[in-house]
Design a protein around this ligand. Structure first.
Ligand code: FAD
Length: 419
């Protein structure tokens, strides 16, 4: 592996890009466009491979471009990352480390973590040694995040955690997770929470994979039975966990919308991220002269173009202050709805061939039906589309807040479930 000189603050974006171009050509595997190296996120081998690629980037001096130097990054601004992304098109990159490791978890630790957490966890992730995940949602519900009931009780110098988390993306491959727990039940719900950075190989944690309707097994659920944590695990301040969680959600919305400077590399992680080829589908199913099929495909293609424009527009607006940071939610909502339209359109064009193997030219179209089964993940991951609409209404448009029966009520007096 060739190492290049570590970039300096005086290196121009163009020089940085030229140095990256030469280094990538010599050190990173190229992609065969007909057989892209898509990662199957449910397989450990994909994560091992991503770590190897990340180690190469680190050894070459191109990892953690926008993370500060003291935590293992290069301390450069977004323009350098964008230039690097443009250069690395066509090369294998550890894209599955972007969400949630870098763009959500490491970004949150950078904003809210202790000095030790930043030095240890962020740099381990940048070196390609560790993976991070989010432990927020619970079996009782994910939208009301401030209502979590996993508890962390103080016993002497130790926190003892009991409860359960669910839908944790790629937790099986992760080393640490950001976990929100209730540490004070006598105050209103937002005031009694603490965020912990949990080593996932600790005794007291049982992790299981969840099998989805499409057969995927990436999500995990975790059960905490007397898990013991020290004060070193607290992120931010005790009972100020909502501040940390809010920051985490902020980073998640930006990441899902494609607007995080901490994401590195470009392209689709796997086939399900590639937009369906609606025109190719029309041709293969013999509908090239059918105006109804053309109109369907046209509507989906236009929506995709509008989405790209919206990402630019909102990104610029947040950057120049004409839109609030929460405006990332606009992208997040539009992205979810566009994905649904694209997948629905593909299935409508494929017709029965999308669900039954009819042989001939359309024999492999059943993939479209399998993809349809997970069409709604974009409208749930990172908070549901309904919650995104609430954010847009209340925090961007300034509409009145939703009435909340538990506002200002000590959490141990709030009615929950059937009680
Ligand atoms: C792809 C994907 C990745 C995910 N990754 C993670 C992860 O890594 N870590 C993690 O902790 N979780 C993760 N999740 C879970 C996700 O955060 C939750 O699914 C989401 O927050 C919704 O919670 P829920 O499924 O419990 O639905 P609920 O909260 O039970 O909501 C059920 C329905 O009620 C609606 N609803 C609820 N409250 C309101 C309201 N106030 N106003 C209007 N409508 C409302 C919701 O929109 C939804 O339609 C992931 C989910 C997906 C799909």
């Amino acid at each position: 592996m060739t190492e290049t000189a570590i970039s300096t603050a005086t290196e121009s974006v163009a020089d940085f890009a030229a140095r990256a171009r030469a280094w990538l050509a010599e050190n990173m595997p190229t992609i065969d466009p007909d057989h892209p190296p898509f990662s199957v996120r449910a397989e450990q081998a994909s994560w091992d491979h991503a770590k190897d690629l990340q180690k190469r980037l680190y050894a070459g001096g191109f990892a953690g471009i926008c993370f500060p130097r003291e935590y293992g990054g290069l301390g450069l601004d977004h323009a350098y990352q964008k230039a690097f992304d443009a250069e690395c098109r066509g090369y294998e990159m550890p894209l599955i480390l972007n969400v949630p490791t870098f763009t959500i978890c490491a970004a949150t630790i950078l904003d809210m973590g202790t000095e030790a957490q930043k030095r240890e966890r962020i740099s381990a992730a940048i070196r390609g040694d560790e993976i991070l995940c989010q432990l927020l949602s619970e079996p009782s519900g994910g939208s009301d995040l401030a209502g979590v009931i996993t508890r962390a009780d103080r016993r002497g110098d130790t926190w003892v955690v009991n409860g359960a988390k669910t839908w944790s993306t790629s937790a099986f491959a992760a080393d640490y997770g950001l976990m929100l727990a209730r540490t004070d039940w006598t105050v209103p719900k937002h005031e009694g929470l603490t965020m912990f950075l949990v080593p996932l190989n600790s005794p007291g944690i049982t992790m299981r994979r969840i099998k989805e309707v499409n057969g995927n097994e990436e999500f995990c659920e975790e059960f905490f039975d007397g898990l013991e944590l020290s004060d070193d695990a607290v992120v931010g301040e005790v009972n100020k966990g909502w501040e940390v969680a809010s920051r985490q959600l902020f980073h998640e919305r930006r990441a899902v919308g494609g607007g995080s400077e901490f994401a590195s590399g470009i392209g689709a992680e796997n086939a399900s991220e590639m937009p369906p080829d609606h025109i190719g589908l029309i041709e293969r199913t013999g509908q090239s002269d059918d105006p109804a099929a053309q109109e369907r495909a046209g509507r989906a293609l236009v929506r995709r173009i509008v989405k790209e424009q919206l990402i630019n527009h909102v990104g610029q607006g947040i950057g120049n202050g004409s839109l609030p940071p929460n405006a990332g939610t606009l992208i997040r909502l539009f992205h979810a709805e566009t994905t649904e339209l694209e997948v629905d359109t593909a299935l409508a064009i494929a017709g029965t061939a999308g669900v039954i193997d009819e042989g001939g030219d359309s024999s492999d179209l059943a993939d479209i039906g399998v993809r349809y089964l997970s069409r709604q993940t974009g409208s749930l991951g990172g908070g549901s589309s309904e919650m995104a609409r609430n954010v847009i209404a209340e925090r961007i448009l300034g509409f009145p807040r939703e009435p909340a029966a538990d506002k200002g009520v000590p959490f141990n007096q709030v009615k929950r479930g059937r009680t």
